[in-house]
Design a protein around this ligand. Sequence first.
Ligand SMILES: Cc1ncc(COP(=O)(O)O)c(C=O)c1O
Length: 372
Amino acid sequence: MTAITLDMLETPAAVVDLGRMERNLQRAADYSREHGLALRPHVKTHKTPLIGAEQLRLGAAGLTCATPHEAEVMSGVGKDLLVAYPPVGAPRAARIARLAKHARVTVALDSERAIVDIAAAAREAGVTVGVYVELDLGMHRVGVPGAAAAVALARRVTAEPSLEYRGIAFYPGHVREAVEEQDAALEALGSSLGAAIEELSKAGFPPGVVSGGSTPTIWRSHEIPGVTEIRPGTYVFNDRTTAAVGACERDDCALTVLATVVSTAVPGQAVIDAGTKALGREPMRGVEGEGFGALLDRPEVIVARMSEEHGILDLARTDWRPRVGDRVRVVPNHVCIVVHLNDLVYGIRGVTVEESWPVEARGRGQQEIQQA
Ligand SMILES: Cc1ncc(COP(=O)(O)O)c(C=O)c1O
């Protein structure tokens, strides 16, 4: 069989350096083991059962999902699933509860309505669903703001025979400082968390699990007292944002978008066939003028502007003058969006394409309406 090489792939294409991915997976597994933290990786980044299975093989305690479709797909490889998203609405709750027939399922929630919906769905399916009560520790997205509200929800959960209170969850997505500048943010987080744990315990609801963690904070998770479980997702591939905060090196960015230069007609720039439908429109957080991705081999060259199928490389900071037909690899700002835009991802070693895999959990997995 003749080898397939990078230059044979149609572009744009999402390609994963398998060696880098393996290193990223191993590093997080080792860190968690060393610090006695349960690792429950978020699959929203890779949306791929084969990678979920590898995370479990390396010691992950279970998998974290955001959507019912992710949980359904991952139930093929993992039997301990957390849906870290409010299970609101009967259709969503029913899909999640159904999974509990064959897997240990936990949801994170922050409202009475979510309790009612998931309790009814679990009752209907004849299953027990676990619950983490979600706290807002600074991100201001979801989660109750204080310990008193958390106690009230925990009490409410324990009153539902189809639910089991298993602990608390928070997401430190607001901690975006460079890794070495996170001291104050982590300290504030730890003290709010400590107060919540204390109050829950006093009220008779000590959290069995305290679930937190993100990729920017991954290597400092053990510094937050009380945390027992971490849910990083991006770490599997990493991206330009992760490298910018120092939670990985540039050499740890495993996924790039392979693209072809399709025009150099306008001076000072080159156009590639990767626009918003290949890269997403994800700015670098908190920095202006950093574009929507940077070249793997020439980080000074950024994707400055985009249309749907065009990415404009700014050549102002380089002497490099690409020719039409040349190929480049773009490190995306936010890798999770890129994966979700692709049907298939290619796995490479050097320039050899070793494998490809479908992004099985992308989309919503909706059922078509069958007309009678
Ligand atoms: C609830 C929750 N947990 C964990 C994660 C994973 O965080 P990261 O992307 O920083 O790895 C996310 C990411 O969006 C999330 O929303």
